[in-house]
Write a protein that binds this ligand. Structure first.
Ligand SMILES: CC(C)(COP(=O)(O)OP(=O)(O)OC[C@H]1O[C@@H](n2cnc3c(N)ncnc32)[C@H](O)[C@@H]1OP(=O)(O)O)[C@@H](O)C(=O)NCCC(=O)NCCS
Length: 302
């Protein structure tokens, strides 16, 4: 077995290993696979690896060292072994290299799952990937908490917000698709609300689609709320936030519906709301339902 770092030259093969090993609902196009691996701002060739046997890629694992709101941790973003190569210790070999590199960088714990700005799933789905959970437990990972996604149906629904927007206009609040030159205003807002640089990065990825999937609320020339969609891949919603001082006025509901309407226009039938915080808000505002659950898992390294 050879262990190779992921690079542009073996990216396609790694993407094939990933797609052939995971459930269809987690499949990625080559461009989105690149987005989540090589183009991750924390990409590290020592922790993004392919196990190759007789010239054929058999297993893939992607780790990063990521700064986040509570400090720095190592994360396994994804790992996958082709079905015909399972139980032959390829994933084990990749994890040994990744964990030892992270420990050498002073990272005290490695987590399964990943925070913003780029993650495929916010943990491991224990129902779809029970053998992978078993593998992680065998390596000393322990369940820490649950994360979940919610789905909102889009087909045939009306997300018109005109009346609600008119009511907010009388309070001096306007809601619209963000202009690219307002990026600094958005940065100011996200920083002031304490959401950190990873949410800002994630929100700005939503600016890259055409038209951009990023909507904002503005009051007195300042941004007071935002909602992003398409940032993590098409059909996915988040992040979003309303200024603490402006909550409960209906701003979040309008921003959310603007994104759902945008996704509808882009031809999507379902919106996946990723790594949900306020379940009741999404359920109440657009009838979203929990669609997937994930386990976050963690293993101490030092
Ligand atoms: C979640 C959030 C965006 C809601 O924004 P908001 O502008 O206050 O939402 P709205 O005023 O439009 O609320 C719409 C409805 O949801 C309800 N609601 C809002 N937040 C809620 C919450 N956290 N829990 C339960 N219900 C909530 C409102 O009461 C309102 O109900 P109504 O239609 O019966 O009046 C805001 O609380 C926030 O920014 N939270 C911190 C960031 C966050 O958690 N983002 C989501 C990441 S997945």
């Amino acid at each position: 077995m050879q262990i190779l770092p992921l690079s542009e030259s073996n990216l396609k093969e790694a993407c094939s290993v990933y797609n052939a090993s995971v459930d269809e609902c987690d499949n990625l196009s080559l461009d989105w696979f690149r987005f989540h691996t090589l183009d991750d701002p924390d990409f590290c060739p020592e922790t993004t690896l392919l196990a190759v046997e007789d010239g054929r890629a058999a297993s893939f694992a992607h780790g990063v060292r990521r700064e986040h709101a509570n400090g720095v941790s190592g994360f396994i973003k994804s790992f996958a072994t082709l079905p015909e190569y399972r139980s032959r210790r390829y994933a084990k070999a990749l994890f040994q290299v990744i964990e030892s590199h992270l420990a050498g960088c002073g990272v005290s714990a490695v987590k399964m799952g990943c925070p913003a700005p780029r993650y495929i799933t916010p943990g491991i789905d224990p129902r779809l990937y029970t053998p992978a959970v078993d593998f992680l437990m065998g390596r000393g990972f322990k369940y820490t908490r649950m994360a979940y996604n919610m789905d909102a149906e889009l087909a045939g629904r009306n997300f018109c917000t005109k009346d609600a927007e008119d009511a907010l206009k009388s309070k001096g609040i306007i809601i619209y698709r963000m202009e690219p030159e307002e990026k600094d205003l958005l940065a100011e807002f996200i920083t002031a609300e304490g959401w950190g640089k990873n949410w800002l990065l994630e929100a700005t990825y939503a600016m890259q689609s055409n038209p951009p999937g990023l909507f904002v609320a503005k009051k007195d020339g300042k941004i007071a709320g935002f909602a992003a969609c398409g940032a993590l891949r098409p059909g996915f919603f988040g992040p979003m936030g309303t200024a603490a001082s402006m909550r409960g006025l209906g701003v979040g509901k309008i921003l959310l519906k603007k994104c759902l309407s945008h996704m509808q226009t882009m031809g999507r039938d379902t919106c996946h709301i990723s790594a949900v915080g306020p379940l009741r808000f999404y359920h109440k505002s657009v009838g979203a339902k929990v669609s997937r659950i994930f386990w976050e898992m963690e293993k101490p390294l030092i």
